[in-house]
Write a protein that binds this ligand. Structure first.
Ligand SMILES: [Zn+2]
Ligand SMILES: [Zn+2]
Length: 435
């Protein structure tokens, strides 16, 4: 959290103020120098680097944004495996009636241009003139996760220091960087999320945008993702003439919710992926990513209610409950239960237990065979939580019935029953003695 003056110090100033002349602060009270908003959009384009900036320089320069009164929060939201801080920069007053636009830069360390773009974007919002920035921050909040894989950037590798592809970890959440991205997403609660990448394509000049492809995505979220996607492609085309849709064929791997754009769309955010060809000059790649990022911001600021509404449709659907499946029921004696509960809780869901012997009309998730007797202490995963679509996804993922996940643990034999009527439960995130 950004803190200007500690509360205890304010108290100290007030009490010593009564002492009169000769108090501790005397005549040499520090003069408060107003922050100078000294940049324009031209500075963003002029300061694009010729070569990639090192991870440590990006981190040090990002800390500087703390001086800007426009930065709502500058948070070390977590640490990489090599203990580098993962920095989240937030702008705006977080009025819930305003959508938040959220950028995540370079899950893949060997696709580095978006980190320089994200840094320059955050710098622009921290330092550019009020005439340029204030009208935008009246319409949106902005959050920038400047560099999610600093270790991969240092090593020039796709994965993190464990060699894990972070963009396949969003269901399992085994890596610290994956968990942190999840925390950041929940903290920011974005209406619009952009996951910034680059890709091979030697000799090609290209910029592509992809919308989410998981069939479990809420229709309003999907529709708004397509609208935003077309808008970004148009903006790239106007300047360069080569913006296009990345049409991943609808296979199990392109629909997989372990992938950022799919995962967070199922969580309820309008979602895009950027790809620009790494064969281009570095500065041109940074310029492309920055141009596309600004196009997203412009489009959402033009029609904020539309994007806010898409996220709300997905969230409110969960709050009203799912009238098809009321809860999942699983047993502590099932060996797969511990890991399932760990995964659900790491994704932000509450779990509980059945406090009575009351019968529940239920069917097995896979065989559809009925069962109604569940003992006191059976695990209950209530569906009436925000984001029940992703909850359903996670239950499928941890089961053997996981047809559309390429990265799911296939050997798992999760037994689960779907309650077809409301079930009594008490929330207890330590059920089955999980820590
Ligand atoms: Zn990538
Ligand atoms: Zn999740």
């Amino acid at each position: 959290m950004k803190t200007t003056v500690p509360v205890s110090l304010i108290f100290f100033i007030i009490t010593t103020g009564c002492i009169g002349p000769g108090g501790f602060f005397g005549d040499d009270e520090p003069e408060i120098i107003p922050f100078e908003f000294d940049l324009t959009l031209d500075d963003l384009w002029n300061d694009i680097p010729l070569n990639q900036t090192s991870a440590s320089d990006i981190i040090n320069m990002t800390y500087e944004f703390d001086k800007s009164p426009r930065v709502t929060n500058l948070t070390e939201i977590g640490y990489s495996i090599n203990n580098q801080p993962l920095l989240l920069v937030e702008f705006g007053d977080y009025d819930p009636a305003v959508p938040t636009v959220y950028f995540v830069a370079a899950q893949h360390g060997n696709e580095p241009a978006s980190v320089d773009s994200a840094y320059l974007l955050a710098r622009h919002f921290a330092r550019a003139s009020p005439e340029e920035i204030d009208p935008i921050l009246e319409k949106i909040n902005l959050a920038v996760f400047v560099m999610v894989n600093p270790d991969g950037r240092d090593n020039g590798t796709r994965g993190n220091s464990n060699g894990t592809d972070l963009n396949r970890d969003h269901m399992k959440l085994l890596e610290p960087e994956g968990k942190v991205m999840h925390e950041a997403f929940h903290k920011v609660h974005p209406s619009v999320t952009v996951d910034m990448h680059e890709f091979g394509g030697v000799g090609t000049i290209i910029f592509q945008v992809a919308a989410p492809q998981n069939p479990a995505t809420h229709q309003d979220v999907l529709a708004a993702s397509y609208v935003l996607e077309s808008d970004v492609i148009e903006a790239i085309n106007e300047e360069w003439g080569f913006g296009s849709v990345t049409n991943y064929p609808p296979t199990t791997s392109s629909q997989d919710s372990s992938i950022h754009r799919n995962h967070f769309a199922v969580h309820g955010s309008v979602s895009l992926l950027f790809e620009s060809a790494v064969s281009e000059e570095y500065s041109e790649r940074v310029r492309l990513q920055s141009w596309a990022a600004l196009a997203v911001i412009d489009e959402v600021a033009d029609d904020p209610d539309y994007y806010l509404g898409a996220r709300q449709s997905s969230d409110e659907e969960g709050q009203e409950g799912n009238d098809i499946v009321h809860a999942y029921l699983i047993e502590c004696s099932d060996p797969a239960t511990t890991e399932t509960l760990r995964i659900l809780m790491d994704h932000g869901f509450d779990v509980g237990y059945k406090p009575d012997e009351e019968s529940v009309t239920s069917i097995h998730y896979e065989t559809f065979l009925p069962r109604s007797v569940f003992p006191n202490g059976t695990v209950v995963i209530p569906m009436d939580q925000i984001g029940w679509r992703v909850l359903g996804e996670l239950m499928e993922y941890t089961s053997t019935k996981d047809q559309h996940y390429t990265n799911s643990p296939k050997e798992r034999g999760q037994d689960a029953w779907r309650a077809l009527e409301p079930v009594n439960y008490e929330i207890d995130n330590n059920v089955c003695n999980i820590d």
